[in-house]
Design a protein around this ligand. Sequence first.
Ligand code: PLP
Length: 396
Amino acid sequence: MNIYMDNAATTKMSATAINAMLPYFDGVYGNPSSLHSVGQAAAEALADARGRVAACLGCAANEVYFTSGGSEADNQAIVSAAMNGAKKGKKHIISTAFEHHAVLHTLKKLSGEGFDITLLDVHENGVIDPLQVEEAIRADTCLVTVMYANNEIGTVQPVKEIGRICREKAVTFHTDAVQAVGHLPINVNDDNIDMLSLSAHKFRGPKGVGALIVRRGTPLSSLIEGGAQERGRRAGTENVPGIVGMAASLEEELKHRAENAEKTAKLRDRLISGLSEIPHSVLNGDRERRLPGNVSFCFEGIEGESLLLLLDEKGICASSGSACTSGSLDPSHVLLAIGRVHDIAHGSLRLTLSADNTEEEVKYVIEAVKEAVERLRSMSPIWRDLVNGKRQFITK
Ligand SMILES: *Cc1c(COP(=O)(O)O)cnc(C)c1O
């Protein structure tokens, strides 16, 4: 048995996306920059995919820049806004403490190059208040970058409001929407977004391909130099099969988005109520303002990594935080940002569902987690101290 509940790490590709890609590996294999007919067939596929991705997000085709994924899109958006801001003497950037590392590490690098970075505190419910952004904006602010939805705790941010404030103050607004695209209704115009990052493998498309949406009027500098691909903003022969697969999976996911979201949210809510019965547990992130598939908990007195191993033995694929930080023993920066203390943050479990999951799987997972937490606690000296009153419980 294999129960996959790690869709925030990556998703299973849709048959539609796989089939859409196949002709571009052998039949239409040309380089879109070639002038001959084999190349021009690939160029046509590229133009078609660009138009379809744009239509899905409410922007124009020439506002779409294909990249190698979400990380590259985040890097390019931030570095470009920083370089263009610096030209006007603006070297202040506003972001949040719980962004993806593709954002945080890029900002850290810029701070070493003379940029002033403000990381907004995140409330315990995992939602940023637009007023925090408004109060942080200065005359020398060149960029606000706030994620659309968090990858660990699933909380959805008031992006439209933040975008409105940025527009009022004439500050560029970028959002890492990698967890949101394909799962929430997004329109870059309605949401007041200047730049938006997305990644195909988070919505049942292929890995290694994504896009940066940049609205007309927002300057964009290149990160990768070379040929004139992507209107001179991103060199390198285009990943034609990947881009075609991304367009196909995005269209497909949006076509079924509302019904999938409803089904997934129902499973999510059942899972949350089941796991809430475990004593000394706490749900991470707001109960309502969260992605349809996200369940994130901390269990006091255990280690998240041990829990993952026990669940894996029972055929359950889960995560303790983000895939990018597993392997390190530091607790998740996201959980620390919402105020979870180290002892609690270490006992984290993230289950991210898709519409492929079933009620039977949810029932099985609730029982498996209950059993595993109990088993780990029975072996834990910390738990013994908590029960004997030698340590204070932090959770209820
Ligand atoms: C997965 C993810 C990324 C990175 O995307 P890749 O395509 O894997 O590089 C960036 N931001 C968020 C919020 C993500 O979930």
